[in-house]
Write a protein that binds this ligand. Structure first.
Ligand code: GLU
Length: 275
């Protein structure tokens, strides 16, 4: 059975781009007689505002969607720790105490998530007591998994290559897992078979696929959908104050109608679809 999910982070209100993503995930599941899950990704430290999760549920209801909610990430920290320990025991993680400015001073290359860590702490002893993150030794990980592929319903088959990201952080200083580790583990635990999300996360999937292989998790198929763009051609974003769904609800906009319009390609003025 097809299982899809919508996995918003409660660090800002949802906007039209999220509505679009949720509707796609919902409809792909329903069209195929499957299940559509909601998972609140609330481990983003101080940025996470638990009260927003209720707004999100109201938004989905207003759009006319039906979902099953699975436990929020904040209730799953133990499972992240177990997986991190497994990777660490296998010699695939190393502690790193470098600050952002120390990394920037090394003038590293820029990757899909910004500065690429040049591996300074790899093979070094980091002072006990210093707060560290745990990074994936990506070269070692690739040596272990060999050539593996993943499938996107739209883009086809890709060979997993997370190297452009460098040694990504899998465990953050304050303890919880990074997005990459948490989302990969949760999708497996929730039985997600079709990971639907925006094309802006396409390259992250290379990391997730390698983690699945290292942790022997089931491998889903992905569906990275087009993004909604604003009138400057930028993707809608919480930080650029794109109008929130809560605002539209409050202004009396009919959510079901809006959902139907989005699906028919009837986009609001000033909004377009990415390539
Ligand atoms: N929590 C992520 C976000 O809000 C979603 C990531 C995903 O769908 O994998 O951007």
């Amino acid at each position: 059975m097809v299982v899809t999910r919508f996995a918003p982070s409660p660090n800002g209100m949802l906007h039209l781009g999220h509505a679009w993503s949720a509707i796609i995930a919902h409809d792909l599941a329903k069209e195929r007689g499957g299940r559509f899950l909601l998972r609140i990704e609330d481990i983003d430290g101080v940025r996470s505002k638990p009260e927003l999760a209720d707004e999100f549920r109201r938004d989905l209801e207003w759009l006319g969607l039906e979902w099953e909610e699975v436990p929020a990430q904040s209730t799953r920290l133990d499972s992240y720790q177990v997986a991190a320990k497994q990777l660490q025991d296998a010699g695939l993680l190393y502690p790193c105490a470098c600050t952002r400015s120390e990394i920037a001073a090394l003038q590293p290359r820029i990757g899909p998530e910004g500065l690429v860590y040049p591996g300074t702490c790899k093979g070094r002893r980091v002072d006990e007591g210093k707060q560290t993150v745990l990074r994936l030794d990506v070269e070692e990980a690739m040596a272990r998994v060999g050539e593996i592929v993943w499938e996107d319903e739209i883009a086809g088959i890709a060979v997993a290559d997370p190297r452009p990201f460098g040694d990504v952080v899998l465990v953050r200083k304050e303890g919880p897992a990074s997005y990459h580790l948490a989302a990969t583990l949760d999708d497996a635990a929730d039985g997600v078979t079709l990971v639907t999300r925006g094309a802006d996360l396409f390259t992250s999937t290379h990391i997730h696929r390698v983690l699945q292989e290292l942790l022997q998790l089931p491998v889903p198929i992905w569906h990275h959908h087009q993004l909604l763009l604003d009138d400057t051609g930028e993707k809608l974003a919480k930080r650029r104050d794109s109008r929130s769904l809560a605002d539209l609800r409050g202004a009396g906009v009919d959510g079901r109608q809006l959902a139907d319009n989005l699906l028919c390609g009837n986009l609001p003025a000033g909004i377009s679809l990415s390539e």
